[in-house]
Design a protein around this ligand. Sequence first.
Ligand code: SIN
Length: 289
Amino acid sequence: MTSTHLSDATASTSLPFRTRPLSPSLGAELIDIDLSAPMSDTLFESVLDAWHSHLVILLRDQHLSEDDQVRFAERFGPTSMSTRGHFQSKNPAIMLISNIREDGKQIGALPDGEMHFHTDQCHQERPAMATMLYSIEVPSVGGNTLFANAYGAYETLPAAIKQRIEGRKALNAYDYDIAATTRGTKVREGVPSYWHPIVRTHPATGRKALFINRLMTVAIEGLSDDEGEELLNTLFDHQEQRTFIYEHVWRPNDVLLWDNRCTLHARTDFSDKERRLMRRVAIKGERPV
Ligand code: SIN
């Protein structure tokens, strides 16, 4: 990432921490906060405001137990229990994301390599509002997480496309192997899926965001499979433009919190010879409108 257009950390008389923008499009690092210490309501309100303004917040050099991490996540709302029991950590709100295998068995979910852009749990009626990742082990190269600004993607769509998607829904399916390559309304039997508005309004900011993604969105209501696929591909190419993206290069002890209502995320490839271990907590969300 180039830093030429990004300012250094700024202190504000009204904020109890410094902030540093992470990219021109979204993201801010919040500096001078120790998440292992109790957080006052006043400090939390400022963190929440910063998160709503920047969509993704980063806090570096944090030394967090599982309980510390969950306690911070719960300030934003109730956490959702990991449904993938075998990747659950001691605290049931924590799911491990890892490529590590012990005795030939994966210890975490989403183990290997690149992932297309997506938003978490968009195949459910109430997708995750937010997701928090805490990095424990990271590869020397790759395994970066990319975030795209979904407000920016919506706001810059040509008027004719805005009109085509206005009031329409799209089908989101949890079928990582298939959805990104095979689109259409015929979701495989047993695959969880849900129809959500293509454009959703963020309940806290009132801004509209484009709520579809290449990994999980398979069809558009009222369009044939071919027409739907063509429009979806146009929307995916638009929302994945570099101008909307921040690419996070992880260091151990980073905490990142993203808002699934106005961002989407993806992951770059990394070597299966190197270890990657993250703790993830998802925070419950509302039904998109
Ligand atoms: C995720 O998509 O939730 C995981 C992202 C990552 O491993 O960087």
